[in-house]
Design a protein around this ligand. Structure first.
Ligand SMILES: [Zn+2]
Length: 312
């Protein structure tokens, strides 16, 4: 349990499961003396994805950006404290305003700068459940803490129930809701013409993923999300994970196999009557040790167990 809690506290910084106001920042900031000696490094950087598309990197969830005559369509907006820096970086890419921001889900590292984006005129769009989750206080069992409802100023003002297409900057941009994936409010966003898919936190590249069961997520839904994106992809598709570097269809295919293996291994033991503690002790994910980051193997097994209906 101690190991799980330690992993959890690191996760809270990396994935922003808690609100901005109370988020510990120590893990992201260098010690003061290091800061004084080192040159000032930008937090937010842009990476060209070709044409009119960019990815913004830095602390928090990856941002996808379409720029063009119609303005800026941004997928996710990291944390509030980077709002102005995000706006400044976008300003180096285009002189057009940020028109729409879509939140792939409600977590604070993907929606934290909604207020700042609204202040420059953006309309914040998301699945219905993103708005509902932001207005909800609930007990997060995975981290043993109460999650408070977030300020209404952050909530999306344009929501959809299943799928939404925005025809923007000459592209067809489909937001597809995935029920019960990373959470119950996730969208994956397909820029059809640009051949780019943003998966939000339904895809972590190179690390074990977080399934937020307390927010309606399941590992089965996360597999569905990845399979949906895989089926929409070809060898040239650029895939933006919620966390980690730009990815490919081949890497996404590996991730699907891995998640399916995690699901199958935990399910086989659960179906055979093993307890959660016994499954964790058996270390069925021993071959995935190198993928541990803020989600370690016990946390991954526990989320899978709960996805399968098991109690903790
Ligand atoms: Zn998330």
């Amino acid at each position: 349990m101690k190991q799980l809690l330690l992993a959890s506290s690191i996760f809270l910084v990396a994935c922003g499961a808690q609100t901005d106001a109370s988020e510990p920042e120590a893990a992201e900031k260098p010690a003061p003396q290091v800061e004084a000696e080192a040159p000032v490094k930008p937090n937010i950087t842009s990476q060209s994805l070709g044409g009119n598309m960019y990815m913004l990197l830095g602390p928090g969830g990856n941002i996808g950006v379409s720029v063009g005559d119609d303005g800026v369509y941004m997928i996710d907006d990291k944390f509030a404290r980077f709002g102005q820096e995000i706006i400044d970086v976008v300003g180096t890419l285009t002189d057009k305003p940020i028109t729409y921001v879509l939140n792939t889900h409600h977590h604070g590292d993907h929606s934290g700068a909604n207020v700042e984006m609204k202040a420059v005129g953006a309309t914040v769009v998301a699945h219905d459940n993103v708005r509902a989750r932001m207005g909800m206080s609930y007990m997060n069992q995975a981290f043993g803490r109460q999650q408070d409802a977030r300020d209404e100023a952050l909530w999306p003002t344009l929501t959809f129930s299943d799928e939404m297409t925005l025809w923007f900057n000459g592209d067809e941009v489909r937001a597809i809701h995935i029920p019960a994936g990373h959470t119950d409010g996730d969208s994956i966003v397909h820029f059809v013409g640009a051949n780019i898919i943003h998966l939000g936190d339904n895809y972590f590249l190179g690390m074990l993923p977080f399934v937020d069961v307390d927010s309606g997520g399941t590992i089965q839904g996360m597999i569905t999300a990845q399979q949906t994106a895989f089926d929409l992809s070809d060898v040239n598709t650029k895939i933006i994970p919620g966390h980690g570097p730009l990815s490919t269809k081949a890497e996404l295919g590996e991730s699907i196999k891995r998640l399916q293996a995690i699901h199958d291994r935990v399910k086989a033991r659960k179906d055979a009557g093993e307890s959660l503690e016994a499954i964790i002790a058996a270390d069925p994910l021993a071959d995935m040790t190198k993928l541990e980051s803020f989600i370690d193997k016990p946390a991954m097994i526990t989320a899978t167990w709960r996805s399968l209906g098991g109690d903790i």
